[in-house]
Design a protein around this ligand. Structure first.
Ligand code: NDP
Ligand code: OXD
Length: 314
């Protein structure tokens, strides 16, 4: 019985070493190397090539090595076995760090001061809004959205969230569904996108949505932070909204095509901050431990934790 590692873009040897240490009794095999397909009971995947998981007759479960599973459902030859995703405090904390960092960058006008330093310019217009006067809106009140919301509230931001189904969370104004979206956007100065990529959310960060964001806020216009998925955003609409002033800035960690092609206008737009899909990296030490614990559960006849619902797509 073996575990197959199927990943692109990550350092597979780090994962192999970590899994081998955690599961000494289990052969750890790697996609692209020779291995016995009949022996594979488990797959740990990050963006495996579509179609590469066929012909595994004894496969019992697939583990996404990330919190998102859209890359799995994009494979129309994905075997029909239970799928689990990452829910882990290490990853959650990393995402909250990213969200808090970039909200503070906008609150404290840090992009402007970096430009001023380049120009050796000492300029302060004595206009520094308090966190409590800035309204952050988090799209997606799941594992990551709720933790980021709690940490932003601790700093003092005025935080609200939007989800598919109604939610209540202490001290958090919540909105849900299509009906709640307009009011949620109308009270949002900094929009943070943490919904999964599904057929319902694809392209949701578009011109119409940007036009619905608050324009009466203390930051002088709305900002977008998207560490969710690239397929959520319409890149041309972001550029147009920045040029028109509908958006004042955008921080993007994820893109429809990754790495972001050099010819993308996002790279050089003065209103855009880009990070290379590392808002919350899956760290082998923490995440391999989670997957190994899941395998032990299955071997002991216990149910899988953090299973995803293929019908919902997340
Ligand atoms: P969860 O599944 O825990 O939460 C998803 C949230 O989005 C839920 O609140 C859900 O609503 C809401 N949602 C889903 N569909 C819709 C919809 N159609 N309309 C409104 N709300 C919707 O996911 P996580 O918080 O763990 O992760 C969120 C995403 O973050 C991942 O899918 C991934 O794409 C991204 N991510 C990015 C990383 C990076 O490094 N850039 C790292 C990790 C994750 P409900 O509560 O009603 O189900
Ligand atoms: C994830 C990611 O989904 O890293 O965990 O994007």
């Amino acid at each position: 019985m073996s575990l197959l590692l199927a990943m692109t873009g990550w350092h597979v040897e780090d994962w192999r070493a970590r899994f081998q240490a955690l599961l000494p009794e289990m052969p750890i095999v790697v996609l692209g190397e020779p291995f016995d397909r009949r022996a594979v009971h488990y797959v740990a995947s990050w963006k495996h090539p579509a179609g590469s998981l066929t012909g595994l007759p004894n496969l019992a479960a697939i583990f996404s090595l990330g919190a998102g599973v859209d890359f799995l459902f994009a494979d129309d030859k994905l075997p029909e076995v239970p799928i689990a995703r990452v829910v882990d405090p290490d990853l959650t904390t990393r995402m909250s760090e990213y969200v808090v960092l970039h909200c503070l960058m906008y609150l404290r006008q840090q992009h402007r001061y970096m430009r001023q330093q380049q120009a050796k310019l000492w300029e302060d217009d004595r206009n520094q809004p308090a966190a409590r006067s800035v309204r952050v809106g988090i799209m997606g009140l799941g594992e990551l959205g709720l933790d980021a919301a709690a940490k932003l509230k601790l700093i003092g931001f005025d935080v609200a969230g939007w989800s598919r189904s109604p939610k209540s969370a202490e001290g958090l104004q919540t909105f849900s569904g299509e009906d709640g979206l307009k009011a949620f956007l109308a009270r949002t100065d900094i929009l943070v996108s943490l919904v999964p990529l599904t057929p319902q959310t694809r392209g949701i960060l578009n011109a119409e949505l940007f036009a619905g964001l608050a324009r009466d806020g203390r930051l002088g216009g709305p900002f977008l932070i998207n560490p969710g998925r690239g397929g959520l955003q319409v890149a041309d609409d972001i550029v147009a909204a920045l040029d028109a002033g509908t958006l004042k800035g955008a921080t993007l960690d994820v893109f429809e095509t990754e790495p972001l092609p050099v010819e993308s206008p996002l790279w050089s737009h003065p209103g855009v901050t880009i990070t290379p899909h590392n808002a919350a990296m899956s760290e082998p030490e923490a995440i391999a431990s989670l997957v190994a614990a899941q395998i032990r559960r299955l071997e002991a006849g216990e149910p899988l934790l953090h299973a995803v619902d293929p019908a919902r797509g997340y």
